[in-house]
Design a protein around this ligand. Sequence first.
Ligand code: SF4
Ligand code: SF4
Length: 245
Amino acid sequence: MTVKRKIIDINEELCDGCGQCVIACAEGAIKIIDGKAKVISDNLCDGLGACIGDCPQGALKIVERETDEFDEDAVEKHLEQQKKAGPMQDTLPCGCPSTQIQDFSKETTCLSANKPVSLASEESALSHWPVQIRLVPPNAPFLKGADLLVAADCVPIAYPTLHNDFLKGRAVMIGCPKFDDKESYVEKFAEIFKIARIKSITCLTMEVPCCSGLPGILIKAMEKAETTIPLKKVVISNRGKIIEG
Ligand code: SF4
Ligand code: SF4
């Protein structure tokens, strides 16, 4: 049954697909499809506008129009389905479900500071998802103003204390400069450097020669974006020791 009621309206011209509204909507009513925010189904949107303040582009507003009634049971079922499907359920700009943006860094500084050291060190320092260079959209919220860690795929396997030594407090992107498409990496990072105001980059590579291309990709991307970002290079040995940087 349709009724005249308040509901969210998304201006696709303004929306840049950052995904903040997806995180803000407790009803799971919004999804990023083909790089734009969309309401999955009108009966999932309560029209209260909790998402509005989270949109950095001012793309959200509440309108009044004829549409489906808000359905709490449908919301419950939808959220239950989302929970069952886990992090692979939603999609972001490239269409791949594994690109669903997730922010794990909700814990307050106070809470983490009060944790016993022994427990804190056992926990993952990863603050977001996705992490593969190919899957991270340049406008991902976790990149804004971030200290960025760019690591070759093999590094987390070789280096035993990556989380404590490098990951904490940084946004991370990983990839393989040997097997992946270097040009597309240059393009991706240039895009990121243009829009995300990255504060610093730490580049972790293995000692093997094929890994050495990664800092070069970042330098090229900076040139392309006409910007300079402090870049620290760290090289890890096959036995998991820092041998440079
Ligand atoms: S108005 Fe409320 S229910 Fe609708 S999309 Fe925004 S947060 Fe979700
Ligand atoms: S927060 Fe705004 S800009 Fe970002 S995806 Fe949602 S509507 Fe688009």
